[in-house]
Design a protein around this ligand. Structure first.
Ligand code: ZN
Length: 837
């Protein structure tokens, strides 16, 4: 009854809003309501209609608004930013932009004019936090309303960029679903279908990546496109609009601790200054809110922190809502109904509070921003003045680094001369003496983005409080497995050379072509070769033929096995494309190792690969696998829902991947026995993280869990107010460990130097007694990041990657995710080995 009453009240409130809103087109352009044809907050507007509204407003305001399409999503939706300012500023927009970049040293030309503050407002990076994109239309309308004195003042004194929806594919996934299922009027009952979003949810983008964890590494197309435009504008303020649990209130600055130490005092002060504007507005309305809690400024790949390390004031706003909230939801504990109208009103209010705080504090903001960049280039913080990346012979890895630095607008070069230097190894903090030459890369701290460089490269960020929201270590040396060193000297450098193809070493009429198995490039080469139908062999032992050494895992393409006329041209083009070195030999005779006709020279099958997805499976774990196959190594992958696993024709597949997930509902004994039979017949099963639990303690396919060596008894006198801190002693938010490998096993072929895993959980597996312990943690493998005191002992002497041969097939256990967020370079090689070898 009460629910029905609330539904009626909701209907009336919509009608009331309708009556209040002028439904006409005026000089300031149509209201969102009149353009869309329905009252404010009565529906979630489809993404294409939001874009249409922005296009209409740009058409009606040609002297104040520019709509820039900065990319298209994987599902071909436009990514747009609206640039707004006064007519006067608009006339010299490009000059203002260039002047701004000159003032902070990112353009060489001299700056002539004082700086104008620039704000960038991003809505809906998480697709199912759908009040944000809907609010963005209201923000646009109000900013362009000539009768609104506050808006006029803002646009006279600043430039405002609005990204109405940073994650269009996720937003469309959520809103298309919601609009198709909700009742009219909306059902306020929390357990109704419309409040239960189905798998995989709209939070993530097309490949099910969390775009609000992707700013620093930029693995996703949307992020790359956005940051290219961001670097053209380098805003003073970046505000990211989110939603959190539907039972909460509203979060705005001041931000929560821990703060990263690279954040400057003036940035904290301005963050607080914006907080005072939000506070005032919310207090006036009597709206609930909280500050300084949970949403910290530490991990650098968020939409608040990455801009912060680029000198901006990075802000997060969180409204109660999320997918659970729908258009309206009863909240008995609050004795209210959470409506889309309320959620939009709150985000609209904080958007304007931010812009008003910016223009009121514009002198401080622009001066401090300039000073930040001046100091960064002239007096970089910290002891490290030059970062050195030793070349290991992996061209693909070096190109990976080049791309990552270029996308962040970071300058790099190579040493001017060959020299011996005393340095520190950043990954293990040991002093070292190294010889550097022109193949190595240098990144100087004397440049405008030196604060960002320091954060991206640091291996042990100082954590002032271990209660934090995400990873506590992320150093590029670990992520990419680089041989990374630091010098306290400024080292002379010269420009990085233009990329030149690796020369091919091909003789006439060869017996075979060979490619070393080195780096992600060789995995991509193999993927393409198999799809082209080439017969590829490989060796598990190193070889020497005609005086040249080939490593374990090298690929062999014989002329007789591939009787195509244009084999040399095909292979050459592939080698150039993937950055690998192609060699040829006139003989199959090896002076060391085994001859090319030996039984142990093995043909690589072109595997049919199936991955499991759907309800129960971690969307991000599945998404990482999908992204890896589709965009990284470009190899076909067949996806099957977990609920249909039993019906899969197992005889047709070679590799079955079980991503991280909860398999308790859909993994029946008969599915288990089908998989077991298939493995015995020659199938390869890859079980990742919690999927490995399916096979625990099974005598044939299984492995076992470690018994804890000593159990720490819980403290019965634990104070109540310490409960959160007690809980984190069992966790790690993500920490780097160096992995020990059996490099004679094919799963550990193909990279030089150390491999670091990003550990987020202890699965506590014993070493396999009847299998291959390929990668494992010993006593002293911890490198960086927070690990709870009770968890640390569980991360020693434990298996991470194991292979168990069963019948003619095998099962691979991965207690760690090598594809985590697509950010680990060597993990992608390891995964390629697991699939193809
Ligand atoms: Zn969010």
């Amino acid at each position: 009854m009460e629910t029905n009453l609330k539904a009626l009240m909701y209907k009336f409130s919509i009608l009331f809003l309708c009556w209040l809103t002028p439904l006409f087109t005026s000089a300031q352009g149509p209201t969102p309501e009149s353009f869309l044809g329905y009252p404010k907050a009565s529906r979630f507007t489809y993404h294409h209609r939001i874009i249409a509204y922005y296009q209409e407003m740009a058409r009606q305001h040609p002297t104040q608004m520019q709509l820039v399409e900065y990319g298209r999503t994987p599902e071909d939706r436009p990514l747009v930013v609206a640039i707004l300012t006064s007519e006067k500023n608009f006339g010299s927009l490009e000059a203002i932009r260039k002047n701004h970049l000159s003032r902070i040293g990112l353009l060489p030309s001299p700056s002539k004019d004082p700086d104008i503050p620039i704000a960038w407002l991003s809505y809906n990076v998480h697709g199912n936090e759908a009040s944000s994109a809907n609010t963005s239309m209201q923000v646009l309308y109000r900013l362009l309303d000539p009768t609104n004195a506050d808006s006029k003042r803002i646009l006279d004194q600043s430039i405002v960029l609005i990204d109405p929806c940073s994650n269009p594919d996720g937003y469309a996934r959520y809103t298309n679903w919601y609009n198709g299922v909700h009742s009219s009027p909306p059902d306020l009952t929390s357990f109704s279908r419309e409040h239960r979003e189905p798998w995989p949810g709209g939070r993530f983008n097309h490949y099910l990546f969390d775009l609000n964890r992707d700013w620093a590494w930029q693995t996703q197309h949307e992020t790359k496109a956005r940051i290219a435009l961001y670097n053209r504008w380098m805003p003073h303020i970046h505000a990211d609009f989110h939603e959190m649990g539907s039972n909460r209130s509203y979060y705005f600055p001041p931000a929560a601790r821990p703060f990263h130490e690279a954040i400057r005092p003036w940035q904290k002060e301005f963050n607080e200054w914006i907080g005072t504007y939000c506070r005032k507005a919310f207090d006036q309305q009597g709206w609930s809110y909280f500050t300084r809690n949970e949403y910290d400024l530490f991990f650098p790949s968020y939409g608040d922190t990455w801009p912060t390390f680029n000198g901006a004031i990075g802000l997060t706003f969180e409204q109660a809502g999320d997918a659970k909230a729908g258009l309206a939801l009863a909240r008995p504990s609050h004795r209210d109904t959470l409506t889309l109208a309320d959620r939009m009103e709150h985000h609209l209010t904080s958007s304007f509070a931010t812009l008003e705080a910016m223009v009121d504090g514009k002198e401080t903001l622009t001066k401090s921003f300039e000073e930040y960049y001046r100091l960064a280039a002239q007096k970089p913080e910290g002891l490290i003045k030059t970062y050195l990346i030793k070349y290991t012979g992996d061209k693909a890895q070096q190109e990976y680094v080049v791309q990552l630095l270029q996308r962040q607008d970071i300058q790099y070069g190579r040493p001017k001369k060959t020299q011996t230097l005393k340095v520190t190894n950043i990954n293990d903090h040991q002093e070292a003496t190294i010889l550097i030459d022109s193949t190595d890369m240098l990144v100087s701290a004397y440049q405008p983005k030196s604060n960002l460089i320091r954060v991206l490269f640091e291996s042990q960020p100082a954590l002032e409080d271990s209660l934090t929201y995400d990873l506590t270590s992320w150093g590029l040396g670990y992520q990419l497995g680089l041989s990374l060193f630091a010098s306290q000297e400024k080292i002379e450098q010269q420009p990085w050379p233009e990329a030149t193809p690796i020369p091919l070493e091909l003789g006439r009429n060869p017996y075979a072509y060979l490619v070393d198995w080195k780096g992600l490039g060789s995995v991509k080469f193999l993927s393409e070769a198999l799809q082209k139908g080439l017969l590829i062999h490989t060796t598990n032992t190193a070889l020497t033929i005609e005086g040249r050494d080939y490593n374990e895992g090298a690929l062999i393409i014989t002329r007789n096995g591939n009787p195509k006329k244009n084999l040399a041209e095909t292979l050459s083009a592939m080698a150039v494309k993937h950055g690998v070195k192609l060699h040829s030999t006139t003989t199959g005779f090896a002076t060391k190792g085994i001859d090319l006709g030996h039984d142990d020279i093995l043909a690589i099958k072109t595997p049919k690969i199936v991955v499991i997805a759907g309800e129960g499976i971690s969307p991000t774990s599945y998404g990482e696998i999908w992204h890896y196959f589709e965009t990284q190594i470009q190899y076909p992958l067949t996806t099957v829902p977990l609920s249909s696993l039993e019906k899969v024709p197992f005889t047709e597949i070679d590799v079955l991947i079980l991503p991280n997930g909860d398999y308790t509902q859909d993994f029946s004994p008969s599915t288990y026995s089908k998989i077991q039979d298939w493995v015995i017949q020659g199938g390869k099963l890859i079980a990742m993280e919690s999927a490995t639990g399916i096979f625990l303690n099974n005598s044939e396919l299984g492995h076992t869990k470690k018994e804890p060596e000593s159990v720490i008894p819980p403290n019965p006198l634990q104070p109540y107010n310490k409960k959160t801190r007690t809980a984190i002693s069992q966790t790690t938010p993500g920490s780097f460990f160096k992995v020990d490998f059996d490099h004679s096993h094919p799963m550990a072929f193909g990279w030089e130097g150390p491999y670091y895993a990003l550990i987020r959980q202890a699965y506590q597996r014993n070493f396999l007694k009847d299998g291959w312990n390929v990668g494992y943690l010993n006593e002293d493998n911890y490198r960086a990041g927070f690990v709870g005191a009770d968890l640390a002992p569980q991360l020693t002497n434990t298996l991470l990657y194991g292979v168990k041969e069963v019948g003619r097939g095998s099962i691979i256990f991965m207690m760690d995710d090598p594809l985590f967020r697509g950010m680990l370079y060597k993990g992608q090689i390891l995964y390629g080995n697991a699939v193809f070898r």
